[in-house]
Design a protein around this ligand. Sequence first.
Ligand SMILES: [Zn+2]
Length: 370
Amino acid sequence: MESIFDISEYIASLKNKKDEKLISSIYDIETCETRIEIPKSFEEKIFGYITGQKMENADESEVEEILQKVRNQKILKVINRWTYESALYNYLRALRPGVNIKDSKKQEAWFKSNIEETKDNCDFCEPEKYTPEDSFGRIYGKHCITAANLARFDRFHSLLIFKRHNPLDFSEDELSDYIDTAFKWFERIKGISPEHSYSLLIWNCLPRAGASQIHGHMQMLASKTIYPKMAHLLSTAKEYKEKMGIDYFEALYNIHNILGLSIDRENLKVLFYITPVKEKEVFVIADSIDSNFKIFIHQTLRKLIDELKVFSFNFSLYKIPISGKKNVIYFARIVDRGNILSKTSDIASMELYASSVIANDPIKLKKLLN
Ligand SMILES: [Zn+2]
């Protein structure tokens, strides 16, 4: 499959009809076409928007091909009938080149100057002086330190502050240390209150992703009950298993595998999710947090940052105790939050009240990240 917009044809062409049945046991996939008319006076602007080039420099057939695609747009809706996760793919945006060099250079320049400007007067550069600590004190990693969150939203809610001010500057060793130190904090909480066994590690990178400070930091939450979004996912998985007789996460992985949108690396399964919460989402299901997991997360983040020019992202890692042989399962998710200089939010009424609208093709994302 070259593009996610070919998904219906691809599924119809599958030789093993069991594969088609498995896909339709979870997803409703709807494709259709819609036509718009473009006034002559608007063609030049449209061409520039899609290609980033001037129409006068392009040859006639190229111009006509682009304009035809704009006139006859494809619609693709992917809906998970169990979780109600859904994606409406934006064909026009998908026509645009993956990395806009001009935009990413502007973002890079702004980011660099902002990093320098915020270094003076940064509380997180001197965490022991300017951040509160947990009642049991701090946990010291090689490259980070923990602090209590000043404005908590759960009983156990703390920060993991990187030694480096620049959040995008991290090595494999540093990222591994951040994760290890967070898990030391979770263990400490377990010692204090064993029932707070749901561990959530999140990273809002840069203000566009919700961070209040530029300085690199993650947040750790240990809760007594599972957070509702994850509870919904797990109850759906249970319901699917009861009705279909197959493990939901196995089915989810197998579907992405059939579509060429998965990677299997020992104890972790990676999905280039077809109903992403927003752009370029990577969904990882892991049995344990070992070096294999940390290397993969590091590689993925570095490729997103260095090659795809992602500056702002959300990362989450959720540890969930489950019944059965495995007794624990980990979900890690990474999502791009878009241009840090854009005045337009990436989350709008559609995302809040209806469905995610997606511009990036998971097929292309897998090719770029793999
Ligand atoms: Zn700092």
